[in-house]
Design a protein around this ligand. Structure first.
Ligand code: FES
Length: 163
């Protein structure tokens, strides 16, 4: 083997070694890019204290970019298996996107009405009129005292989701 050939081989191996190290480094960099940042993971959970909720007046919080309806029910409102019961209080927790085509229904005294095609949902979030094919979806949540943590699947959520 001539000196020239040996030298070429050496250069070839060196290049391959550098390329392999570089490839591994870019894989690590890519993985870091794909992994959610800790701040993003933390942002997946939203805590809401229900202690000061006013009966009959829903509030809307944002969780993962979606509106979440939270309604403390009045005595006059019908009870449902979809209610979150804390002590003697009953709450409706629902994703505020119409199950027809995704518009955001608005609260009108005793129910949510969807302006897009006239769909209606009662105070429990159950579809009662118009094209919506099913009740408002319930977001995963867990309960800690009077605080709900949106994004965490607690036993209350699992029970309500089956109702
Ligand atoms: Fe709500 Fe059609 S999107 S009724």
């Amino acid at each position: 083997m001539s000196d020239n050939v040996k030298r070429r081989d050496f250069l070839g191996y060196s290049f391959a070694a550098v390329a392999a190290v570089g490839g591994a480094a870019s894989l690590v960099a890519m993985k870091q890019t794909w992994d959610p940042l800790p701040s993003v993971l933390a942002a997946g959970f939203t805590e809401v204290d229900l202690a000061n909720a006013k009966p009959g007046t829903p509030s809307t919080v944002t969780w993962r970019g979606k509106p979440i309806f939270i309604l403390k029910k009045t005595e006059a409102m019908e009870q449902s298996g979809r209610d979150l019961v804390i002590g003697s209080d009953r709450f409706t927790i629902a994703i505020g996107l119409c199950t027809h085509l995704g518009c955001i229904p608005a609260w009108k005294e005793t129910m949510w009405k969807c302006a897009c095609h006239g769909g209606e949902f009662n105070a429990s979030g159950v579809n009662t009129f118009g094209p919506p094919p099913r009740p408002l979806d319930i977001p995963p949540f867990s309960v800690k005292g009077t605080v709900i943590v949106l994004g965490e699947e607690g036993p209350e959520y699992k029970q309500m989701a089956q109702a």
